[in-house]
Design a binder for this molecule. Structure first.
Ligand code: HEM
Length: 109
């Protein structure tokens, strides 16, 4: 079983990143647009990854990338709610595990 760690979005953390209520409003206002372009943007990202063996090695095949893509869309859907209200979400509580390079950046302590 992989170890997991909860990352809490405290007021200090949000302040450090410069996240304010205006940030939330901006995210919400642009939610539909961002979600509409996200699948194509992620397809381009995974096309790019496939051209670099060291990056591609994190994925078994295109199906595995598709799984990660769907997870990222879910992640963005929650971010774009722009609430940052401390409830568990893709922003406030991400599963951290060593095999997931993209999530290491969320581990601060
Ligand atoms: C801004 C850049 C990135 C973001 C925001 C991001 C975000 C995410 C998210 C939200 C997940 C799903 C976690 C879950 O709930 O299971 C994920 C999974 C994953 N990511 Fe990233 N990622 C990024 C870049 C990358 C890069 C550059 C790589 C490697 C080249 C990578 C490799 C992976 C892998 C291998 C998984 C697990 C896939 C699976 O089996 O579901 N990510 N990423």
């Amino acid at each position: 079983m992989q170890s997991q760690k909860i990352v809490d979005a405290s007021a200090d953390r949000l302040a450090f990143h410069g996240v304010t209520s205006a940030t939330g409003a901006l995210l919400r206002d642009n939610k539909d647009y961002i979600l509409s372009i996200l699948p194509d943007a992620l397809n381009s990202f995974y096309d790019h990854v496939e051209r670099f063996p060291e990056a591609q090695a994190f994925f078994r095949d295109r199906r595995h990338m598709e799984h990660a893509k769907q997870k990222q869309i879910e992640h963005w859907r929650i971010l774009l709610e722009g609430t940052f209200n401390g409830k568990p979400s893709a922003w406030t509580a991400l599963p951290i595990s060593p095999g997931r390079p993209s999530l290491r950046s969320y581990e601060y302590s």
